[in-house]
Design a protein around this ligand. Structure first.
Ligand code: OAD
Length: 248
C-alpha cells in the first residue's frame, strides 16, 4: 500500500472544510457487485446497455429488461456494505463530507451514510414507464413478474433508475454543481469517469481550486488531471484512512 500517498490524503481530508466524495460502481465491487466497465465480468462486457438500459430497449422487450433488473436486485439485496462504504460513513460523522453516488444499490444508505444524491436513482424502487404518470413504489418482491402500473393500468412498471438517453433532474444537477464548485477537496472513488454529467463534477471542482484525488484500481479518464492518484482498492484505502484519522 502507498504509505506516502495515503498520509497525504489523510492530511488533506483532515484540513479540508468541505470535502466532496463522488462514488461509482467500483465502491461496491468488494461487496460482490459487478462494475459496468473494466473487469472481464463487468456488466457492459456481458450485456448490451442499449437493450437493457434505455427507454427504447424497454419498449422493445420489457420482459427481458424486467428480468435482468430483478436478477440484479436479487444480488443487491444480499450484498453488504464493505470498508469503503463504512469508511465514508465514518468520515461523514466526523467531518463535513458531501457524498454523491452514481450507484443505484443503496449500499451507502445501508452503511449509515448521509447521502446527498443518488444521481442515477435507486434500483429498489419502481416507477411507471409513462413519464406523465407519477406512480412510484418501493420494491417489495425481487422475484415478482413484470406488471402494469397500479395507478394508470396502461403502462408497465419499470425500475426507477436513470437509463441512457434520460436526463437527470435539473435541480439536482445545479445543486451538485454548486457543491462541487465550492468544495476544497474532491475525491473520485471507484468510477471510470466516463459517464456525464456525473463525470463533469470533478472538473468543476478542480477548475474552482479544489484538490482532486482519484482512488481506483486502474487508470481512468480522470487520472491525468488529478493532484493525487491512489491506485488501490477503495475498501483498502478507507480502512487505512480510518486508522490514520482515528484521533478525529
Ligand atoms: P464503471 O463500471 O464504469 O467503473 C467502475 C470503476 O471502478 C472502474 O474504473 C474500475 O477500475 C473501478 N474499480 C473496480 N473495482 C474497484 C475497487 N475495488 N476499488 C476502486 N475502484 C474499483 O462504473 P461507474 O463509473 O459507476 O449508469 O459507471 C457510471 C454509470 O455507468 C453507472 O452509474 C451506470 C453505468 O451505465 C446507470 O446505471 C444509469
Amino acid at each position: 500500500m502507498l504509505v506516502d500517498e495515503l498520509s497525504t490524503l489523510a492530511d488533506w481530508i483532515r484540513n479540508s472544510s468541505r470535502t466532496f466524495i463522488m462514488t461509482g460502481a467500483g465502491v461496491s465491487a468488494e461487496s460482490g457487485l459487478s462494475t459496468f466497465r473494466g473487469q472481464n465480468n463487468s456488466l457492459w462486457k456481458q450485456y448490451d446497455p442499449h437493450r437493457l438500459a434505455s427507454r427504447e430497449g424497454f419498449a422493445e422487450d420489457p420482459q427481458l429488461v424486467w428480468d435482468w433488473y430483478q436478477w440484479r436486485r436479487q444480488q443487491i439485496v444480499q450484498a453488504q456494505p464493505n470498508s469503503a462504504h463504512t469508511g465514508i460513513a465514518w468520515l461523514q460523522q466526523r467531518l463535513p463530507v458531501f457524498l454523491v453516488t452514481q450507484n443505484v444499490d443503496g449500499l451507502h444508505h445501508k452503511a449509515g451514510s448521509e447521502l446527498i444524491y443518488e444521481l442515477h436513482g435507486n434500483i429498489m424502487r419502481n416507477r411507471c414507464y409513462d413519464e406523465l404518470c407519477d406512480y412510484s413504489e418501493e420494491v417489495s418482491d425481487v422475484t415478482a413478474g413484470l406488471s402494469f402500473c397500479p395507478q394508470c393500468h396502461k403502462h408497465y412498471l419499470r425500475p426507477s433508475v436513470v437509463w441512457f438517453g434520460e436526463n437527470l433532474d435539473t435541480k439536482v444537477l445545479s445543486e451538485v454543481e454548486r457543491i462541487s464548485s465550492s468544495c476544497e477537496l474532491f475525491l473520485s472513488v471507484g468510477t471510470s469517469s466516463l459517464v456525464y454529467p456525473a463525470a463533469g463534477f470533478a472538473h468543476v471542482a478542480h477548475s474552482n481550486g479544489a484538490r482532486l484525488v482519484e482512488i481506483n484500481i486502474e487508470a481512468t479518464a480522470l487520472s491525468d488531471e488529478v493532484d493525487l492518484l491512489i491506485t488501490s482498492s477503495a475498501g483498502e484505502v478507507f480502512e487505512q484512512l480510518e486508522k490514520l484519522l482515528s484521533d478525529l
